[in-house]
Structures are given as structure tokens and as C-alpha cells.
Design a protein around this ligand. Structure first.
Ligand code: ADP
Length: 144
């Protein structure tokens, strides 16, 4: 039923990834053309306010993005989806904006996202998940 599925992954949250695997597997059936996985390297206003973001020790954003993509490639293996059907993406910036941008550019017809980090128990929906639910132009499956 779904042709282009988008799965945003926070590479630092292995529990959240584990949570979404069965849902991605259940929805990416034979006629699904592509499952797109996206990780977003957040920009660093906090570090930059401390004068650290552009210090010599700080790796370049492009290098961080490349490392994030390699990590995402590793994580995607856990989903056991045929290789030809997956595509990985790494972006930098605000996760919610980048998720919504990519959803548009790949014409996603489903986004599968975890609701929030388990340790942030006071919120039912994290800020990225909430913005995606509110602004996406396609159905969003929120995994709890
Ligand atoms: P919380 O505020 O509890 O961290 P979020 O809304 O940020 O909750 O996270 C929920 C989901 O949003 C994650 O499981 C993931 O799908 C997506 N997400 C969050 N951060 C990123 C990121 N940096 N890159 C890609 N996806 C992300």
C-alpha cells in the first residue's frame, strides 16, 4: 500500500529504534518501492554560545554528518529490509524541519516515528514527533 516510507532515526537512541523495527517491517511490503531512513545532526547553538562550535578541536559538520550516515547504515541492517529497497540520508539542522523537508522531497506516503525518549516520561509526544504529526502532508504512524 505504501510506496515511499520515511523513518527518522535518532542514532543515539537505540531503544527507540528497536521499538519502530516491527512497524517498519509490517508496513514495508512487497510493493513498497523505498524505505528512506534519515538522521539529522542537530546544529550547535549551545556549544556555539560557549564559543566552542568553531574551535579547532571541533570536527567539521560535514565529518559529523558522514559519521552519522555510517552509523545509520549500521542501524538500518537491523531492520532486515532488502538492500535495494532502503536509502539512507544524513542532514544537519533542526530534526523536525529536516524530517518534513525530506518527506516532501521524496513524496513520502507514510512516516513512522517513535513518540519520545523513554526517559522523558512527562511528555506524551516529543517535540520532533509532535511537529511531524502536526505538519506532515501524509499519514504519520507514532510508535509508543
Ligand atoms: P524527545 O523530545 O523525547 O527526544 P523526539 O520528538 O525528539 O522526542 O523524538 C522522537 C522521534 O523523533 C525519534 O524516535 C526519531 O524518530 C525522531 N528524531 C528525533 N531526533 C532526531 C534526529 N536527530 N534525527 C532523526 N530523527 C530524529
Amino acid at each position: 500500500m505504501y510506496n515511499s516510507i520515511l523513518v527518522p532515526i535518532d542514532v543515539s537512541e537505540t531503544d527507540l529504534t528497536r521499538q519502530v523495527i516491527p512497524y517498519v517491517q509490517a508496513h514495508s511490503v512487497l510493493n513498497t518501492a523505498k524505505v528512506h531512513f534519515l538522521t539529522v545532526v542537530p546544529t550547535l547553538p549551545y556549544y556555539s554560545s560557549l564559543g566552542l562550535a568553531y574551535s579547532a578541536e571541533m570536527p567539521k559538520l560535514k565529518d559529523i554528518q558522514h559519521a552519522a550516515l555510517l552509523k545509520l547504515d549500521e542501524i538500518v541492517k537491523q531492520f532486515k529490509i532488502p538492500a535495494g529497497k532502503t536509502q539512507t540520508h544524513a542532514a544537519a539542522g533542526s530534526p523536525k524541519d529536516q524530517i518534513l523537508n525530506l518527506a516532501k522531497s521524496i513524496d513520502a506516503d507514510l512516516i513512522i516515528i517513535a513518540s519520545h525518549r523513554p526517559d522523558i516520561s512527562t511528555y506524551l509526544l516529543g517535540s520532533n514527533a509532535a511537529a511531524v504529526v502536526r505538519h506532515a502532508g501524509c499519514p504519520v504512524l507514532v510508535v509508543r
